[in-house]
Design a protein around this ligand. Sequence first.
Ligand code: ZN
Length: 114
Amino acid sequence: MELVRCVSCNGYGWLEDDFSGVSDDCDWCGGTGYVYRDAAGVDHKIPPADYGQVAATLERLEEERLRELGYTGQAKKPWEQDVRQGTQGGVNPYAAADAPASAGDADGLHPDGG
Ligand SMILES: [Zn+2]
């Protein structure tokens, strides 16, 4: 028996009703997000009695799923987030040590007019 991601909820374990917007446990997998797939390719809910022995495997599968979604287990720094590129938040404050100092020269107004 193989553990696979639930095809109905894609591993989320819940579904949102398109009409009411209410989210509820996925009927296909019983809310675990994963199912047993037998040799014939038929999916079965994981019986609650089995949760203990499949917990480690489910955790590994869930980690893989999150990685697919781009979750690395670490928060990105604001300036590493694509969404902030080009904004003030997209500037790494620790990399700006050599920012150009503002020129001390005035703007062309010389007091000693000829
Ligand atoms: Zn499901």
